[in-house]
Design a protein around this ligand. Structure first.
Ligand code: BGC
Length: 816
C-alpha cells in the first residue's frame, strides 16, 4: 500500500516536473521567437514599404532623352542630367515629403550585410545601404568595407560563380611605400572593383593615428604621423573616387583603441587634437574632399563624436570646408536626434528604433527642420554623384588579374628591409628552408571589417616555388607532421567567426637534430614570424608584442645552428603591427618586415628576396625598444579585452546605461591622453629615447648620396631642393624626408616634425634625381591653447633633410 502511494506520489511529481519543464521550454521558445522577431524588425529588416523601383521608362522631350523616374510623363529638373547636381538635388528635395526625407537619414538595417539580399536586388555582404525613395525612382546605394579592398560575400545562393575580391596590402604597408602615385593606383584598382561589383561607397580608408602599438586596428591605419597619414589617405581616396565611387574616411576621430570602443571617452587636449588626431583627416579633406567621413564610436571629452556639433559642423565643415556627408560607424552613438542635429547626416546601418526616434524628434521639433533638410540634401548629393544615378550597368567582372598585379607591386614596395648583413638579395641560392608555420600559411591581412574575402593567398612557399627556388624537404616535412597532428588548429575561421578570431596557426618547436638535418641540405633559412589582430580587441604585450618563449628559443636555436653551418638566416615579419625587435635582431643575418601584403604576399616577398625588386619601403612608425618607452603606454588598456559576438548583440538590444563617474574604469570607460602631442617619434626625439628602428627607417640594396641642398623662403613657401644620387650598384628608389625644427623655441614643441617627403624615381646605378619640395610656411604653425587658434612662432627653423628621422643628411636654416 505504502509503495503504491509512494509510486503515485512520485508519478505526480514527475508529471508536475514535466509540465514545468514543458512550460519553461515553451516560454523559452516563445521568448526566442519574440526576441528573433524584435531583433529582425529592429535591426535587420524593417523597410517593407520602401522597395526599390527599377526599369524606368525612357522618354524624349525636346530632343533630350531621360529616365522618367517618377513616371509622371514629364521631365522634372532632378531627372535632367544636363543640370548641376545641386540644382537637381534642390528640385528633388522640394518634391519629397517630410516622411521620405526622414526615411533617408538612416540605412536599411543589416539584411544585406548578413547576406540575405534577394537575387538581383541586394548585394550580399554589402554592410550597409542608403535607402531608395521609390516614389521618385531614387535608387539604393550600397556601402561596403573596407581599407584593404572590398568585402562582399564571395558566394550567392543559387549561383555557381564566385564574387571574390582582391585582398590588397594593409594600410600600414601602403604607408610604408611613401609613394602617393602608387597608393593612388591601389585606390584606383579598389574603386574599379567596387564599381564593377555594384558598390557605390567604400568604407575606408582609416585615418586614425597609431597612438600606441597595441591598438588592434593599427593595421587599418597608416602611421603615427599625421602628415604621412593625410598624404596617403588622400592618395587612396583620389584613386578610389576617380572611378565615380565614394569613400568613407574613418573613424573620425581619436578612435585609437578597441577596448570598450563603443563608449570609451577620450580625454584629450585641443592641441593634441588639432596637431595630431584631427590633422591627418584635415589633410585628407584638403587634398581629396572625400564623399563621406565616418564618425567614430568613441566619445571625445564627454561627447560621442557622432553627436558632436563642434567636431562635425564647426571643425569639419566650418574650419576645413568639408562638403560631403558624415555617416556613423555601425550602430555608433546613442541619440539619433542629437546625431542629425550635430551634422552626422546618415545613421548606419540604421535601425527601426532610430527611425522612430527621428520621426518623434521631427514631430516634437527637437530635430530641427534645417538639420533634416541639410542632411537629406547631403545624402541626395552623394546619390546624384554615383554612377548608379547615371544608370551605369556594372558587369560583376572586375579585372581581378590586373588588380592582383597591382597588389603584388604595391606590397613589395611597402616592405621594409630592417637588417641586411650581406645576405640579400639572394645569390647562389637554390634550396631554401622554410621555418615557422607562417611561412607556409601566410597572413594576407587583419581581421574584422578590414578583412577581404579573397580567392587565394600566396604563401611564402608558393612564392618561392613560383620564382624557381627549391623548398627544403626536411623543413617542409617537419611542418607537415605538425600540421597533421593539429588539423583543427590549421582551419582558419570563416564568416562572422573570422571577425572575432584573429587566426594564427600553431608554432613549431624544432630540435637541434632537426635543425642540423635542415642546414645539411639548405642553402639559406627563412624563419617567418606571424601576428594577426583586428577589430574589436587590442593586442597585448606578452606573446604578441614580445615574441613568445618558443619564438625566442627558436630564433636562438636556428641562428646558432645556421651560423655553425655557415649558412644565412633571414627573418620575415608577416605582421600587422609593431613587435619587439631589439632583443633578438642581432641573431639573424637579415630581417624583412613584410607586413601583411594582401593576397599576393608570398610573391611580393620573393620579389624582394630575389632582388627582382629593390626594397624601398620605410617605417611609418617607430619600433621602440620597450612598449613603455611610448608616452601613451601610461594610459592605454594593456589587457587586450576583446569584443564578443554575444556582447555585441546584447549591447545592441540593451545599450548599457551611462556609469556614475565614480564607477568609471581608467583606460576602458575613459582614456586620458596625458602625452598630448608626444606621440611616436615626437616623444622619442623629445625625450631622447633610444629606439630599435626609428620612424622613417628602411634599407635598400643600394646606397644614396644626398647633396646640393638649398633652402629658401619665397612667397610664404619654404622651397627645399637637393639631388639624390644612387651611389651603389643596383637600381633603386629612395624616400627623402623633410623635418622642421624650431631653434630656441619659446613654446613646448617636438624636437622635429615631418613636413613633407618625396620618393625618387627608380634610379639606375650612378643616376641622379633632382628633388624639389615645397612646404607652406603655415604648416609650421602650432595650436595655441590660449588663443584657441593656430599660431606661427617667428624665428629660425632648421630644415632637416633625412633618410630617416634619425639619419639627417642635410640641413638648412630659414628665418620666418
Ligand atoms: C567598423 C567600421 C566598419 C563597419 C561596417 C564597424 O564595426 O568599425 O570600420 O566600416 O563596422 O562593417
Amino acid at each position: 500500500m505504502g509503495d503504491r502511494h509512494n509510486y503515485a506520489l512520485m508519478k505526480n511529481k514527475f508529471k508536475l516536473l514535466l509540465k514545468i519543464l514543458g512550460v519553461l521550454l515553451l516560454l523559452l521558445v516563445l521568448t526566442g521567437f519574440l526576441g528573433y522577431l524584435y531583433f529582425n524588425s529592429t535591426f535587420i529588416d524593417f523597410e517593407d514599404e520602401y522597395a526599390e523601383k527599377f526599369n524606368f521608362p525612357e522618354l524624349t522631350k525636346d530632343n533630350f532623352t531621360f529616365l522618367d523616374r517618377n513616371g509622371n510623363g514629364d521631365l522634372d529638373d532632378y531627372e535632367d542630367a544636363r543640370l548641376s547636381v545641386s540644382a537637381r538635388v534642390s528640385n528633388v528635395l522640394s518634391l519629397m515629403t517630410q516622411e521620405e526625407k526622414i526615411h533617408l537619414l538612416k540605412g536599411s538595417g543589416l539584411a544585406s550585410a548578413m547576406g540575405s539580399g534577394v537575387e538581383g536586388e541586394g548585394i550580399p555582404g554589402a554592410v550597409g545601404t542608403i535607402v531608395p525613395t521609390p516614389r521618385l525612382g531614387i535608387p539604393t546605394i550600397y556601402l561596403s568595407d573596407g581599407p584593404a579592398g572590398l568585402r562582399i560575400q564571395p558566394t550567392r545562393e543559387g549561383e555557381d560563380r564566385t564574387y571574390y575580391c582582391t585582398a590588397f596590402p594593409i594600410a600600414t604597408l601602403l604607408a610604408s611605400t611613401w609613394n602617393e602615385d602608387l597608393v593612388y593606383d591601389v585606390g584606383n584598382a579598389m574603386g574599379n572593383e567596387a564599381l564593377q561589383y555594384g558598390i557605390d561607397v567604400i568604407l575606408g580608408p582609416g585615418a586614425n593615428i597609431h597612438r600606441h602599438p597595441l591598438c588592434g586596428r593599427n593595421f587599418e591605419y597608416f602611421s603615427e604621423d599625421p602628415l604621412l597619414t593625410g598624404f596617403m589617405g588622400a592618395a587612396i581616396v583620389n584613386g578610389i573616387e576617380s572611378n565615380g565611387v565614394g569613400t568613407s574616411v574613418k573613424h573620425f576621430v581619436a578612435n585609437n583603441q578597441e577596448t570598450q570602443r563603443n563608449s570609451n571617452d577620450v580625454l584629450v587636449s585641443e592641441r593634441a587634437m588639432r596637431e595630431i588626431y584631427l590633422k591627418g583627416f584635415e589633410i585628407v579633406v584638403e587634398k581629396s574632399q572625400p564623399w563621406t567621413i565616418m564618425s567614430s564610436y568613441n566619445k571625445v571629452n564627454g561627447t560621442y563624436t557622432s553627436e558632436s556639433k563642434y567636431l562635425l559642423t564647426d571643425v569639419l565643415r566650418g574650419d576645413w570646408g568639408f562638403e560631403g556627408l558624415v555617416m556613423t560607424d555601425w550602430f555608433g552613438g546613442k541619440d539619433a536626434v542629437a546625431q542629425i542635429n550635430a551634422g552626422n547626416d546618415l545613421l548606419e546601418p540604421g535601425t527601426k528604433k532610430q527611425w522612430d526616434a527621428l520621426i518623434a524628434g521631427a514631430e516634437d521639433r527637437s530635430l530641427s527642420q534645417a538639420a533634416i533638410d541639410t542632411s537629406a540634401g547631403r545624402i541626395l548629393t552623394l546619390i546624384f554623384n554615383t554612377k548608379k544615378m547615371q544608370d551605369y550597368r556594372f558587369d560583376n567582372n572586375p579585372d581581378l588579374e590586373a588588380h592582383a598585379n597591382t597588389t603584388r607591386k604595391s606590397a613589395s614596395e611597402g616592405m621594409v628591409l630592417l637588417k641586411n648583413d650581406n645576405t640579400l638579395p639572394l645569390s647562389n641560392t637554390k634550396n631554401i628552408a622554410l621555418l615557422g608555420t607562417t611561412s607556409y600559411a601566410f597572413i594576407a591581412g587583419g581581421t574584422g571589417s578590414g578583412d577581404v574575402n579573397e580567392a587565394y593567398t600566396v604563401s611564402l612557399e608558393q612564392g618561392l616555388t613560383n620564382a624557381g627556388f627549391e623548398i627544403n624537404k626536411v623543413a617542409k616535412r617537419i611542418f607537415e607532421v605538425q600540421k597533421a597532428a593539429n588539423k583543427e588548429a590549421y582551419i582558419a575561421p570563416e564568416g562572422i567567426d573570422a571577425m572575432f578570431t584573429p587566426f594564427v596557426p600553431p608554432a613549431i618547436a624544432y630540435t637541434t637534430e632537426q635543425l642540423k638535418e635542415i642546414t645539411a641540405t639548405a642553402d639559406v633559412g627563412i624563419f617567418t614570424i606571424g601576428r594577426n589582430a583586428g577589430e574589436g580587441g587590442d593586442r597585448v604585450e606578452l606573446d604578441d608584442f614580445l615574441l613568445t618563449t618558443l619564438e625566442q628559443e627558436t630564433i636562438a636555436a636556428i641562428s646558432t645552428v645556421f651560423k655553425q653551418a655557415d649558412k644565412k638566416l633571414i627573418v620575415v615579419l608577416n605582421i600587422g603591427g609593431v613587435i619587439e625587435t631589439q632583443s633578438w635582431k642581432t641573431k639573424p643575418d637579415a630581417i624583412l618586415l613584410a607586413w601583411q601584403g594582401g593576397q599576393e604576399g608570398g610573391n611580393s616577398v620573393v620579389d624582394i628576396l630575389s632582388g627582382k625588386v629593390n626594397p624601398s619601403g620605410k617605417l611609418p612608425m617607430t619600433f621602440p625598444i620597450h612598449l613603455n618607452d611610448h608616452a601613451s603606454n601610461a594610459n592605454f588598456p594593456l589587457d587586450g579585452e576583446g569584443l564578443s559576438l554575444v556582447g555585441l548583440m546584447t549591447g545592441l538590444i540593451v545599450p548599457p546605461d551611462e556609469k556614475p563617474e565614480t564607477e568609471k574604469l581608467r583606460n576602458k570607460d575613459y582614456t586620458t591622453y596625458d602625452e598630448g602631442i608626444y606621440v611616436g617619434y615626437r616623444h622619442f626625439d623629445k625625450a631622447k629615447i633610444e629606439v630599435s628602428y626609428p620612424f622613417g627607417y628602411g634599407l635598400s640594396y643600394t646606397n644614396f648620396e644626398y647633396s646640393n641642398n638649398t633652402v629658401i623662403v619665397e612667397n610664404d613657401t619654404i622651397n627645399v631642393s637637393l639631388t639624390v644620387k644612387n651611389s651603389g650598384n643596383l637600381e633603386g628608389k629612395e624616400i627623402v624626408q623633410v623635418y622642421t625644427e624650431k631653434l630656441a623655441s619659446r613654446i613646448d614643441r617636438p624636437a622635429q616634425e615631418l613636413r613633407s617627403f618625396a620618393k625618387t624615381r627608380n634610379l639606375k646605378a650612378g643616376a641622379i634625381d633632382s628633388i624639389f619640395i615645397r612646404i607652406p610656411v603655415m604648416e609650421l604653425q602650432y595650436w595655441d591653447e590660449k588663443q584657441n587658434n593656430w599660431a606661427l612662432e617667428k624665428g629660425v627653423y632648421r630644415i632637416n633633410v633625412g633618410a630617416s628621422s634619425r639619419d639627417i643628411r642635410l640641413t638648412g636654416k630659414v628665418k620666418i
